[in-house]
Structures are given as structure tokens and as C-alpha cells.
Design a binder for this molecule. Sequence first.
Ligand SMILES: Nc1ncnc2c1ncn2[C@@H]1O[C@H](COP(=O)(O)OP(=O)(O)OP(=O)(O)O)[C@@H](O)[C@H]1O
Length: 269
Amino acid sequence: MTFGEGAAANPVLKGIDLDVQRGEFISLIGHSGCGKSTVLNIVAGLLKATSGGVILDGREVNEPGPDRAVVFQNHSLLPWLTVYQNVELAVDKIFRETKSKAERKEWILHNLDMVHMDHALHRLPSEISGGMKQRVGIARALAMEPKVLLLDEPFGALDALTRAHLQDEVIRIQAELGNTVLMITHDVDEAVLLSDRVVMMTNGPAAEVGQIMDVPLERPRNRIALAEDPVYNHCRQEILSFLYEKQRKVEPISPARKAAPKRETALTA
Ligand SMILES: Nc1ncnc2c1ncn2[C@@H]1O[C@H](COP(=O)(O)OP(=O)(O)OP(=O)(O)O)[C@@H](O)[C@H]1O
């Protein structure tokens, strides 16, 4: 994927070659700006790759479709619609022809129940917390019955406790439904806890898949028990070593910091 042309060309991705099995949970991890969201947006059909493409169930996909639902870091709920109506909008769009009104209602309630949001059906997004909004976003995505669930740092904006809670819910839901999931994360523990495989990307420009690691941990996984698990810790170590040794990223010093007086530079170094 190259953005721009000629002198302004920015070759963001070079070799992204990845086979994903049905029902697999894949995490994509890499330093900021390496191109993770670009990969996800290409899979979602929101961006078109400069060359190469995406094949889903034997068919090339190059535009958005209900077979790939995306959950973004900052919820994308419509602020003037209630929790129920936000999910209803997606469900009506996809199932208008195939489910009756009563069946659609039951399906909306079922999906909101799955993320434990059935108590707040008639609240507006502005009346619920950040974690609750992400749950509604997940319910809306699940209600579309996508072949692939695309999660772009879905827990990134949440506090640590809410994040852990929602991760556990995603683990439970994935165990129940067996979704195929592609998730972007910056969080090493989250990647190991949730994934079957972790795809590590090299630093851009022209980022590629640097390493793919299997996570051979039994499911269901329990975060507390895993803290002591040698396999879990080995997986963490592998990712940390990739990110901070093999792909160590040194941020350029900004002009403002360069110009700072000596003493201040020493304090901020
Ligand atoms: N629509 C676009 N037009 C031009 N350049 C873009 C566009 N989208 C992304 N880029 C560039 O592509 C590079 C990769 O961006 P991307 O958002 O995919 O990285 P990322 O790994 O997801 O970053 P982060 O972890 O910080 O979210 C960046 O240099 C960014 O500026």
C-alpha cells in the first residue's frame, strides 16, 4: 500500500502475506504508525490496496460488506439513536428481507444481552460510559453475523479494569460463537490472552510481517492463572523482544526539545 504519488509517495506496507483460518483469533501488533490500521482498513474494504488484495472464502473483497464488521477504538455509535436503535439500524439493513420484524427484535435483544447491555436499551450514547459504548459497538458488529470481526484497538480508550472486563467478555463470546477475529492492539498481554496467533509487523515505511507466533495456551483462558504460566510468559517475552530489541523504535527528538537548555534536556531525557 502506497499513499500519494511521485515525490510525495509514502510506501506504507510492503509484504503483508497472511492466511487466516476460519474461527481463528489473530492479533496484529507493531509500533505506532507501522500500518496496522491500514491493513485492517484494506481488509474491511475501506481502503483499496495499491497492489495485491484480500480473498475471503475464495472471493476477492475490495469494498465494505456485511461479511466484515469493524469495531473502532472510539465507538462509532450514532449519537441521536438509542442503544437499541443503533443495533437495530445495522440489523434492519442486513436482515430486512430474511427475518420478520419480531425476529429482528429478538435478534437485537439477544446481541445486546450477550454484551450485558440489555438494561440500557433506551439510553443515548451520551448517557452511557465509554466501556458500555464499546459493548454496544461489539453487539452491533456481532448482530451483523459477519464472517470476520475486525477490531481496531477496541479497548484502547478504556481504563484498565473496564478493559480487562471487556476482554473477558470477548473471550467468552468468541468461545461461544467461534468468530474469526482480526484485532489490532498495542497491548502485549491482551495479544497473548486473546489470540491464537500474534502477527508482529516491522516498522514502517514499507512494513511487512516480521514474525508470526502461535499462542499454544488452552482455552478457556484465565488471566489470573496465566500470570504464573511459563508458556504465557514465554509468549509475552517473544513479543517484547520483537518490539523492543529486533524492531526497536527510536523516536526522533523534536526541534523544541533539541533547543531546550541543557539542564531541562537532562531532566526529560
Ligand atoms: N489515508 C491516508 N492517506 C495518507 N497516509 C495515510 C493514510 N492512512 C494512513 N496513512 C499513513 O500510513 C502510515 C501508517 O498509518 P496507520 O494508521 O495504518 O498506522 P498504525 O500502525 O495503525 O498506527 P497507530 O498504532 O499509531 O494507530 C502512517 O505514516 C500514516 O500517516
